[in-house]
Design a protein around this ligand. Structure first.
Ligand SMILES: Cc1cc2nc3c(=O)[nH]c(=O)nc-3n(C[C@H](O)[C@H](O)[C@H](O)COP(=O)(O)O)c2cc1C
Length: 221
């Protein structure tokens, strides 16, 4: 085995999780629906100093049913579901058009917590999508105007040129529309809250949509 491989394994096996004391989570005191608990855990993650608690993994499936995953920003979580925005023409956008189911994953190591959401990904209206874009920074608008997300980039200089033009347009025209920018909402069917425990008696509380309400059940860790 090469030195580099050995160094990697030593480094990998020296890593620890949950060095700090973890909070207790009493699932019997959890609310009847997942949204208030998500809001509470999010606020607690911020208070615990968790960096970037608003980033999440978004998993989709391609036409062959093969999974794909990437990191995205959470734009909102409300009664409709969990919101994000991206280009409808990107790989994930095409995957969602063919197979409108998504899974989201949040990991907040400061408290040993994970939240998983599974449901249907519904694209928002054009107005909603453009409003999402214009509520954000000039840089976010410029990035969206750059376009071509997920297409093969022949050379980095092509990106620099397109990005410069997009920045110029975003500054001059803050209301510019990025045609393919789309806000999606993941309407949840299942939401699971995982609280890590230092004795490995992790608590898993799953909410499952049943009719207009939610069933709560514990899962073996
Ligand atoms: C921290 C972080 C946040 C990101 N947020 C977004 C986002 O909100 N929207 C987006 O389209 N891409 C975002 N990206 C880029 C995506 O991870 C991904 O590279 C891009 O959307 C293309 O994915 P796709 O080819 O699977 O469609 C983010 C990346 C990182 C690392």
């Amino acid at each position: 085995m090469s030195d580099a491989q050995n160094d990697f394994r030593d480094l990998l096996h020296a890593q620890r999780v949950w060095d700090a004391p973890l909070p207790r989570f009493d699932p019997s005191a959890a609310p009847a629906a997942p949204l208030p608990l998500f809001h509470a855990w999010f606020a607690e993650a911020v208070a615990a100093g968790q960096s970037e608690p608003h980033t999440m993994s978004l998993a989709t499936a391609d036409a062959g049913g093969r999974p794909d995953v990437r990191t995205l920003m959470l734009h909102d979580a409300d009664e409709r579901g969990w919101h994000f925005a991206t280009h409808a023409t990107s790989a994930k956008g095409r995957q969602l058009a063919g197979h409108p189911y998504a899974a989201l994953g949040f990991y907040w190591p400061a408290q040993g917590r994970q939240v998983r959401v599974r449901g249907t990904a519904v694209p928002g209206s054009r107005e909603e999508s453009q409003a999402d874009l214009h509520a954000r920074s000039t840089g976010a608008l410029a990035a969206a105007l750059t376009g071509s997300q997920s297409e093969v980039l022949p050379a980095h200089e092509d990106l620099v040129r397109a990005s410069e033009a997009a920045w110029e347009r975003a500054r001059a025209e803050p209301g510019a529309e990025a045609e393919t920018w789309t806000r999606y909402v993941v309407e949840p069917q299942e939401v699971e809250f995982f609280q890590g425990d230092d004795r490995r008696r992790h608590v898993r509380l799953r909410y499952r949509r049943e009719g207009t309400g939610w069933t709560r059940e514990l899962l073996w860790p």
